[in-house]
Design a protein around this ligand. Structure first.
Ligand code: TYD
Ligand code: MG
Length: 455
């Protein structure tokens, strides 16, 4: 019988069925190794079904155990994203582009947790102690009781953590860690994966929370944090546009709380500051309402967030007109354009279309459809929407408008920020009167007629 072997590249993780000197995927030399199953003893002999193992005890779903204890940092934006504070014996991954502010965020968080009674150790594999100390001074945290070390040798780190027994250890970053039992360079898939695995199991066994920093490179690098996402309990991504001061901490996975929750921060000269009212911030640069500008009543996680959607439509000098999007999905834009063209008789042929979500925010909700359509038609017709209106709703391919979740929260936020009207799909359920005047167009064609019909 042919041997059932698999090989993989220790640099990029690519699989192949045969050994070779050079990896086909990443072109690295001498990186192909035979895969060894870690958990089983020796090669497979028979199918498992035919062998006798020991029976495992089964139990009920009911439990007497208390919920794991949590510690608050006191930074609301952070605690909410964590699902109500930091959980004991857990592993977290904080991913994000290099330079976005991960180290800054975690140093500030470390200081907060230390102030609230946790024993915290911060280990940097990227910066020297002096560099981290300089940053601490700049952030005004030099007196904080956080312990610091600059090290990349994972064995030494684990030995130290075992002796010191902290409540929280921060590892900055997982790509710099080097486990001496793995035969490849730091940053490679095998190193990242096994370092993360060691740290995670260590954390659970020693009742410690461990936070690992992971860089994501622009190409979505294979050796990036993706390979450890499934191991850890919580995955947070720190995002934002370089040119903007806003930073968003987003939970994409959380075993201890809701996913998709966000925290909003602002990068200042003295580190990251909480933004308690993001809507106000995202709308703060809005001048007098211009054609193509629409305020979208959005929700991020459990949080209402108003933001401005801007569109520009101009005659195209190209045979293939441009479609350019920042902060939204390009495919979704194409869909809205098609629906406007075929269901509402508003063609964009021969026109360049630019769409932008102001402030460097990235929106993923389909609820933004109607606001995008409104911005596009407004830009094309050169007619501004009423200045005091927020817009939201999902558009289907038939041109029908679908109601969206959390309508009431969106309306409340709009009212809080001084808006007096809202344009939304009709809701089956009556929303509690919010003091806004509501308009419910029949469908997208009705909306276009309603708002721009008299032009
Ligand atoms: P950093 O936390 O080092 O990013 P990461 O760990 O994600 O690579 O922060 C990088 C940027 O933040 C750096 O370009 C400088 C800026 N910054 C400030 O604007 N204010 C501050 O107080 C600090 C510490 C950094
Ligand atoms: Mg850093």
């Amino acid at each position: 019988m042919a041997k059932d072997l698999m090989f993989s590249c220790t640099e990029c993780g690519a699989k192949s069925s045969k050994w070779s000197g050079q990896c086909d995927a990443c072109q690295a030399w001498n990186t192909i190794t035979e895969d060894q199953a870690l958990s089983t003893s020796g090669p497979k002999k028979k199918s498992l079904g035919g062998m006798r193992g020991k029976t495992i005890p089964l139990t009920d779903l009911a439990t007497q155990e208390k919920a794991p204890p949590r510690t608050l940092s006191g930074v609301d934006e952070l605690d909410r994203v964590l699902g109500g504070g930091l959980t004991k014996a857990s592993a977290l991954l904080v991913g994000g582009d290099p330079g976005i502010g991960k180290s800054t965020l975690l140093l500030q968080a470390a200081a907060r947790f230390a102030r609230n009674g946790l024993k915290v150790i911060y280990i940097s594999g990227e910066e020297s102690n002096a560099q981290v100390q300089m940053r601490a001074r700049r952030l005004g945290l030099e007196k904080s009781p956080v312990k610091l070390a600059s090290e990349t040798n994972l064995r030494d780190i684990l030995t130290t953590l075992e002796k010191e027994a902290p409540d929280l250890a921060i590892i900055d970053s997982i790509q710099t860690m080097w486990a001496d039992n793995v035969d490849s360079a730091p940053g490679s898939v095998s190193q990242v994966r096994s370092s993360a695995h060691e740290l995670t199991t260590f954390a659970k066994r020693n009742d410690m929370a461990v936070v690992m920093v992971g860089h994501v490179t622009k190409e979505g690098a294979i050796a990036g944090p993706r390979v450890v996402e499934h191991m850890v309990d919580t995955v947070l991504y720190f995002e934002g546009e370089r040119g903007h001061q806003f930073r968003i901490l987003r939970s994409v996975k959380n075993r201890f709380g809701p996913a998709d929750e966000i925290g909003v921060f602002e990068m200042t000269g003295k580190g990251l500051a909480e933004v308690k009212n993001p809507s106000a911030l995202f709308l703060s640069e809005r001048g007098t309402p211009a054609p193509g500008s629409v305020v979208f009543g959005g929700i991020e996680g459990t949080r209402p967030m108003l933001c401005e959607i801007q569109a520009l439509v101009a005659p195209s000098p190209h045979s293939q007109p441009r479609r350019s999007v920042v902060g939204w999905d390009g495919g979704r834009l194409a869909m809205i354009l098609a629906v406007l063209e075929s269901r509402c008789g508003v063609p964009f042929t021969g026109l360049d279309v630019y769409l932008n979500v102001a402030g460097g925010l990235r929106i993923t909700e389909p609820a933004a459809d109607l606001a995008v359509a409104a911005a596009l038609v407004s830009a094309r017709e050169d007619a501004a929407l009423p200045a005091d209106a927020v817009v939201f709703g999902e558009i289907s391919l038939s041109g029908a408008l679908r109601p969206v979740v959390q309508t009431e929260n969106r309306l409340k936020e709009a009212q809080k920020l001084g808006f007096t009207s809202a344009i939304t799909p009709h809701q089956q359920k009556q929303v509690a009167a919010s003091g806004l005047s509501l308009r419910h167009p029949q469908d997208l064609a009705g909306f276009v007629q309603d708002i721009f019909g008299d032009r």
